[in-house]
Design a binder for this molecule. Sequence first.
Ligand code: SF4
Ligand code: SF4
Length: 56
Amino acid sequence: MAYQINDDCISCGACAGACPVGCISEGDSKYVIDESACVDCGTCAGACPVGAPNQA
Ligand code: SF4
Ligand code: SF4
């Protein structure tokens, strides 16, 4: 299952820089994960200060 970013996201960008496959980008109100590219590594969850990325 891919990761998804919930509404707790504060758009700091830390996860996008940490993702090994570069599948996180800035969306309108929060960062978003391209679930078709996500390899489910969990790095984004570890990098996020507010725990916004979670497994769907
Ligand atoms: Fe990127 Fe890994 Fe997070 Fe998927 S789980 S969005 S591959 S850092
Ligand atoms: Fe949002 Fe967390 Fe990513 Fe920062 S690290 S952009 S708060 S999901």
